[in-house]
Design a protein around this ligand. Structure first.
Ligand SMILES: C[S@@+](CC[C@H](N)C(=O)[O-])C[C@H]1O[C@@H](n2cnc3c(N)ncnc32)[C@H](O)[C@@H]1O
Length: 298
């Protein structure tokens, strides 16, 4: 969310709420979705943390005749699909946004992995795949957060569980509530929403109408922001065993996104990345992060 000027009595109400719909938002977001993981220190830490856990928990892919099948659910522009395909996995990317699906196909071709990446437009609440189809499932960068109804989030988790083979790793990362609250407190225009968001974590059209009526448009798309224990609890309620929880941006939460990666010295990036990595599983750090990753098994 960007910083906004203070509420003004002369502000026009009510602004365009179409961007609150995640499909519209990500269609319009376009290539920024591909770029975001290498544009800032925060994006770099999110990608580095996610791939660190993928390396640790994914099944071995050295047998080229029998590549493990991975679902990249809500895979966006395909950063992780390309990364996975380059390491020998056979990937299916499913995303709600037609535009993101088109970009993901382009990126798979550009990186010479199109033969290993299938892209389908699909909703994580109703996946068009058979039970037990995948040897690993990724749902990273917040697709689950974009479901603002609790019943939809449960349905999506049920779908991720259904399509994952028994004992396969499922990687789910969501947007963290404490990190967004820190941003809201800092941005005067959003401050009226702080108490409600602190209580239930849901940023949607009803929230925007009630608390952000003085702004021209909401700064982000509809989202449920999680606390770390909440993520663990919903995964367990859906029948998963949670094996790891990590705060991807760690103690650089909210700071990292303000630094363009290209402006930083490579040694500084490496040393911050290493320090963040070391403290990523500290429960306080996990809960404070912009993105909270859980590794679970069916
Ligand atoms: C921030 S992007 C994350 C992309 C990628 N997984 C990553 O980790 O960088 C969130 C993606 O979730 C997708 N998405 C949101 N709601 C979805 C739903 N109900 N079903 C499938 N995809 C969804 C969006 O279209 C968007 O591409």
């Amino acid at each position: 969310m960007s910083e906004e000027s203070p509420p003004s009595p002369s502000s026009e109400t009510l602004r365009d709420l179409s961007g609150l719909d995640p499909e519209t938002y990500y269609d319009e977001y376009g290539h920024e979705e591909w770029d975001r993981l290498e544009a800032t220190l925060g994006g770099h830490l999110e990608f580095e943390g996610t791939t660190d856990y993928l390396r640790r928990y994914l099944p071995d892919a050295t047998d080229e005749s029998n590549p493990p099948r991975v679902l990249d659910a809500g895979g966006g522009a395909g950063r992780y699909s390309v990364w996975l395909a380059e390491r020998g996995y056979e990937v299916t990317l499913a995303d709600l946004s037609q535009r993101q699906c088109t970009i993901a196909r382009e990126k798979a071709r550009e990186h010479d992995v199109a033969a290993s990446v299938t892209v389908e437009r699909a909703d994580i609440r109703q996946l068009p795949f058979d039970r037990d189809r995948f040897d690993a499932v990724c749902c990273t960068g917040g697709p689950l957060s974009h479901l603002t109804e609790e019943t939809d989030r449960s349905q999506a988790l049920e779908e991720l569980r259904r399509v994952a083979r028994a004992d396969s790793p499922v990687f789910v990362s969501v947007m963290g509530r404490l990190a967004v609250l820190q941003n809201l407190v800092r941005s005067v225009g959003y401050a009226p929403g702080v108490p409600a968001l602190a209580t239930d974590g849901t940023y949607d059209a009803a929230f925007a109408r009630e608390h952000l009526d003085h702004l021209e448009e909401p700064g982000f798309t509809a989202c449920h922001f999680f606390r770390a224990p909440e993520l663990e609890a919903v995964l367990e309620a859906a029948g998963f065993r949670v094996e790891a929880l990590a705060g991807l941006e760690g103690f650089a939460a909210n700071v990292g996104e303000r630094h363009d990666l290209e402006d930083l010295d490579a040694d500084v990036v490496d040393s911050v990345t290493e320090a963040v990595r070391e403290h990523r599983t500290d429960p306080a750090v996990v809960d404070l992060s912009n993105h909270i990753l859980a590794v679970a098994r069916v």
